[in-house]
Design a protein around this ligand. Structure first.
Ligand code: DC
Length: 226
């Protein structure tokens, strides 16, 4: 790791507010925000575009050498490019979420994305969010947070987010998807979404974005000795 580099890992389940918190922390501490879920979503998008089923493990593994995923760091954020083209909101649909969750269970897919994530954190001060940042990607991160909230709270937040983006969906559908993804992401054998031993838990069920940021800053400043 280059001198003076700081890495903050934020893990936690879908809808716990990781990306909202991570982008606010990036601004506050002058770090680069890396949304690692976007990488799995982009692999899922490629697989969708190719017309493969998300359960077609052999087909997905065989496709990996064709997939060119890179990240461009811009305005304090990592932008994901697929074949040199930035991906947009098409990686945020409920179908894309499920594809991402399914492809992320495959060890070869996780290996495929590992060095890209580590390389960025080696060269840049980052706040990286995902499921296995504190456990696998950056086991030596300076601060590790595990963000969580009650299932219905998380489903409600995700529902409002999708509605705001104009996507057709119902709360029940979002809740069902979330339960399925929780089971997939935390129950899988490889890199499950579990807190690292040295992660600090933050339950934000009763906090808004500002309250979550304030609580996270208290933890971070405490750990970094500020
Ligand atoms: O954070 P997200 O909801 O955008 O992530 C999409 C999927 O990718 C999620 O269901 C699990 C997977 N993921 C993962 O396995 N490891 C990560 N570090 C980030 C995401």
């Amino acid at each position: 790791m280059a001198k003076g580099i700081i890495n903050i890992a934020i893990d936690g389940p879908a809808g716990s507010g990781k990306s909202t918190l991570a982008s606010a922390l990036a601004k506050k501490y002058g770090l680069i925000y890396i949304d690692t879920g976007a990488l799995y979503r982009t692999v899922g998008l490629y697989i969708q575009r190719k017309g493969l089923d998300c359960g077609d493990t052999a087909g997905i593994i065989a496709s990996l050498p064709e997939i060119e995923i890179t990240m461009r760091l811009e305005n304090g954020k990592g932008i994901v490019l697929l074949g040199g083209v930035p991906v947009g909101d098409e990686i945020r649909t409920p179908r894309s979420s499920m594809y991402a969750s399914e492809v992320s269970k495959i060890p070869e897919v996780r290996d495929f994305l590992l060095e890209l994530q580590r390389g960025i954190a080696r060269e840049n001060s980052t706040v990286m969010d995902g499921r296995d940042i504190g456990t696998v990607i950056l086991p030596k991160a300076d601060v590790k947070l595990f963000l969580t909230a009650g299932t219905e709270k998380r489903a409600h937040r995700r529902y409002l987010e999708l509605k705001e983006k104009g996507q057709e969906t119902s709360y029940d559908e979002v809740l069902a998807d979330m339960l399925k993804r929780d089971e997939n992401d935390s129950g899988r054998k490889i890199a499950p979404a579990v807190p690292a031993d040295d992660a600090v838990f933050l339950d934000n069920s009763e906090l808004d974005a500002e309250g979550t940021l304030a609580a996270a800053c208290r933890i971070i400043d405490g750990v970094l000795g500020k």
